[in-house]
Design a protein around this ligand. Structure first.
Ligand code: SF4
Length: 627
């Protein structure tokens, strides 16, 4: 077995209450690494087309990768893969916390949960004893994620659902510690199986090819992180809320259901505001992460809890016309405890507010007015009254009540908090990402809008190329499994040091946009990172990584996801953006919205797909994608 992997897959059948340890498939691990890549391969192979995402036949796959359990910074993450009940296509989500560490220490790379338990169940995995226990979870059913983990105790590492997952809210997530695998409704799939919690522990040692070399290299990477303007300073100092002022200043912070990109009072939600007003409590992190981008905040009645991320501040804040941090803190805490994805939740609430504003549905919710929001969040998680409708997400609501033109989703997954009209590559990424409108499957906006700004975010140059490179990289990173913020650290600090608008910056922009074939240019910009991640992986696994290898692995995973979606009935027509983004100008100089139609053919061409977005046989052959 390749080093870095524990070498075991645990298969659980909740209906029969049986389990089996199987060897990890080394050939798959070589082609797809672990995490999302391995999980997607399994999902494709284990399922028939057209299965019910909330039926027992939809496997819920928890997958770690070769860097998990290694003490590498940002490596305590696991991927969850299944068919998404929200989109009907590939469902994948990643989570921090400590469960990945517990699973790897138990000597397990992947857990495949099959079937359904009639009664609430929880599963404990004792890796040292090779024991798996199916335990009654009736008393935990109905509890929030916080109380559930408290009841389970600190002896093991947990992945749990809250009431939203139990009630199969289509954007329910899975929580480990204070982190959530929020997207695609993976928590609803766990709830449909009657599985309240999965817990793991063990003391097994991870075998590495070159442990001394890995440790030395990791120390060096830690130093890089420390001196890095984003990982070592901005994220550490302000958390992800440090992005609020950037996107607000660039007119791309969703406001009132994406009707605007700027809110005059958004400063009140920013990391800088938190710091200035002494509101930063303890910094919090996923296990062993030196970046510690999390914040703890005080919520009256709840105590000190995890604070909101940037996405939450955007979607539960300005997107609802709200800039009161105390309110966002409270709603964020509620959503975490109920086990809801705050991005989909915020977009769905914003959609409900606009329905009310236009007189299309009496939701009792209004932009800028907090009245009824907390009650609605609780009603959604418990599917009470109108909450039952909102629990279905924006796409289904728009089909039932109208408003398709301002339903802010792609493929059924609600958009995250970067308006793509201010970030064209990000728009292409939203439109083409297999799991739907998501920013962490590439984070192209970092290259054009929120990062060191080496290109113009609103022309057509490189806007089809960047998403390809970024999506491939994200697929590989999510299969190691590392935090996607790792990719931010891959842009060298001297690029960040360029003064925006200064002559060096302008020169860098011209060079970046015009010198040589665009694809190779971006690859060049990625050389530093690719070398870094390659070296890390090589020292753990012993596999040889040549330049471009991670891009190839990422492209393989991305194409397999694509083939899965096509098999489930999605088509190129689903590679689109909401009408509001395509047709409504957001900036004074715009006459229309995002120029997706001009960029999509080029994107397909680079991907090696036909004009309908279907991978060509030669592309699949080159990437060794078996279908
Ligand atoms: S950077 Fe933040 S989200 Fe990423 S691993 Fe560290 S603490 Fe977790």
């Amino acid at each position: 077995m390749i080093k870095g992997f524990a070498g075991r897959v645990l298969e659980l059948d909740l209906g029969a209450r049986t389990f089996a340890f199987k060897p990890l498939d080394e050939a798959i691990a070589r082609l797809y690494l672990g995490g999302k890549g391995y999980g997607t391969r399994l999902l494709y192979d284990l399922t028939q087309p057209g299965i019910d995402p909330l039926g027992p036949e939809n496997p819920l796959i928890f997958a770690t990768g070769p860097l998990n359990g290694s003490l590498a910074p940002q490596s305590n993450r696991f991927a969850v893969v299944c068919k998404s009940p929200l989109t009907g296509g590939i469902g994948s989500s990643a989570c921090g916390g400590s469960f990945a560490f517990g699973l790897k220490k138990a000597g397990i790379d992947v857990v495949v949960v099959q079937g359904r338990s009639e009664l609430p169940v929880r599963v404990e995995i004792d890796g040292d004893a090779d024991a798996v226990r199916f335990l009654d979870a009736s008393e935990l059913w109905g509890l929030g994620t916080e109380a559930t983990q408290k009841a389970l105790g600190k002896g093991m590492h947990h992945a749990v659902i809250g009431p939203a997952g139990e009630n199969k809210v289509l954007y329910a997530g899975i929580v480990s510690d204070a982190r959530i695998a929020g997207r695609c409704g993976v928590g609803a799939v766990m709830g449909s199986k009657g599985l309240k919690a999965l817990s793991a522990q063990g003391t097994r040692k991870l075998e590495m090819e070159d442990e001394a070399g890995f440790k030395k290299y990791t120390q060096w990477v830690r130093q890089v992180f420390k001196g890095h303007p984003v990982l070592g300073e901005k994220l550490r100092r302000f958390g992800t809320l440090g992005i609020v002022n950037t996107t607000n200043g660039r007119n791309m912070l969703p406001t009132r259901n994406f009707q605007a990109g700027h809110h005059p009072d958004a400063m009140g939600l920013s990391g800088e505001y938190l710091e200035d007003h002494g509101l930063v409590g303890v910094r919090s992190s996923c296990l062993h992460c030196p970046v510690a981008c999390g914040r703890e905040v005080e919520v009256p009645g709840a105590g000190r809890v995890k604070g909101p991320e940037y996405e939450t501040a955007g979607m539960m804040g300005t997107n609802l016309g709200i800039t009161d941090l105390a309110l966002v803190n409270r709603w964020n805490w509620m959503a975490d405890d109920l086990g809801l994805d705050t991005i989909s939740l915020g977009v769905t609430l914003g959609f409900a507010m606009e329905l009310q504003e236009r007189g299309m549905l009496a939701t009792g919710l209004a932009f800028g007015n907090p009245e009824g929001v907390a009650e609605m969040i609780d009603a959604i998680a418990h599917r009470r009254g109108l909450g039952d409708e909102l629990a279905e997400g924006t796409r289904r609501m728009s089909r039932k009540f109208g408003g398709k033109e301002f339903a802010m989703h792609v493929k059924g997954l609600e958009l995250s908090a970067y308006d793509p009209r201010g970030s064209f590559a990000q728009g292409v990424e939203y439109a083409t990402t297999n799991r739907g409108g998501c920013h962490v499957q590439g984070a192209s906006m970092y290259f054009e809008s929120t990062g060191p700004l080496t290109i113009n975010p609103q022309n057509l140059k490189l806007k089809a190329e960047i998403p390809v490179v970024q999506q491939n990289l994200a697929c590989a990173v999510n299969s190691m499994v590392l935090c996607v913020f790792t990719t931010y650290g891959l842009v060298p600090r001297h690029v960040h040091a360029l003064k925006p608008g200064g002559w060096m910056h302008r020169l860098a922009r011209v060079l970046f946009e015009n010198s040589g074939p665009a694809y190779r240019l971006i690859m060049g910009a990625k050389l530093f990172q690719a070398t870094w991640l390659d070296t890390w992986l090589s020292r753990v696994t012993g596999m040889r990584f040549t330049p471009g290898h991670l891009q190839e692995i990422g492209a393989r995973i991305f194409n397999l996801e694509r083939m899965y979606n096509l098999r489930e009935g999605l088509t190129g027509a689903d590679d689109t953006l909401p009408d509001r983004i395509l047709n409504e100008p957001l900036f004074k100089h715009m006459t229309s919205g995002h120029p997706l139609a001009e960029l999509l053919p080029r994107y397909y061409e680079i991907r090696g797909w036909d004009a309908h977005g279907v991978p060509l046989p030669r592309t699949l052959k080159r990437l060794k994608v078996r279908v």
